[in-house]
Write a protein of this length. Structure first.
Length: 218
């Protein structure tokens, strides 16, 4: 998967958009094809802004929770080593790439956005690892040892995912910067780490505090 393919995806909503290789500050050991802010030599036009809001290319940014979770995995490789790991809502694929780098037997990027899967594949190749792709949660493999997910609870309607994840895998590793209290005793907080979306979107400071939770851990 080449960056030209990612550029074509990005240009569907932002005609002057392109990706560039970058290492997020919160996880500098992994390089990614991400949105190149250098193309914005001025403010977005009304039509451009409308298009970006209507179909945001989430995969072209590395969100704070993704960076923190990826770095946590690299620093704690025993969490994924030898396991089949599925990263739900994978976006850029940074967490799936981290799992592969840390020794997962199989790392799967799962996302319903075809552009995100292309990005995950390109980013895996950029980091010289292999990952598998899954286009829908319903199409996941029959056996998964660990589910990872970063910032998937931004919509309250997604809260049932906490139970679904536990039912689908013996362990779940979750990172979230939006929800301060999961309201689920099965998820035990491991750490609170600060990071900023890359490229920086100047989000509210409260969204830069990422909480990591583990369900089914020792």
């Amino acid at each position: 998967m080449s960056p030209d393919v990612l550029n074509r995806h990005l240009q569907k909503t932002l005609s002057r958009g392109r990706v560039a290789v970058s290492a997020p500050a919160g996880c500098p050991d992994i390089q990614l094809y991400l949105f190149d802010p250098g193309v914005l030599d001025g403010p977005l036009s009304h039509d451009e802004a409308q298009a970006v809001v209507a179909e945001p290319a989430y995969w072209s940014f590395c969100w704070a929770s993704g960076q923190v979770l990826a770095r946590w995995i690299l620093q704690h490789p025993d969490v994924v080593a030898g396991k089949t790991v599925l990263d739900f809502g994978s976006g850029s694929g940074v967490v799936a790439v981290a799992s592969a780098l840390a020794g997962a037997a199989r790392s799967i990027a799962c996302d319903i956005d075809a552009a995100a899967l292309d990005a995950a594949a390109a980013n895996a190749r950029l980091n010289n690892v292999e990952i598998d792709l899954c286009d829908d949660w319903a199409n996941r493999p029959g056996r998964v040892d660990l589910i990872t997910a970063a910032d998937v609870l931004y919509d309250p309607e997604n809260r049932p995912l906490l139970v679904a994840f536990e039912a689908a895998s013996p362990q779940v590793l979750l990172a979230d910067s939006r929800v301060k209290d999961l309201g689920h005793s099965g998820y035990v907080q491991q750490a609170v780490i600060e990071a900023r979306t890359w490229p920086d979107l100047n989000e509210f400071e409260e969204f830069n505090k990422v909480r990591i939770y583990l369900a089914g851990g020792d």
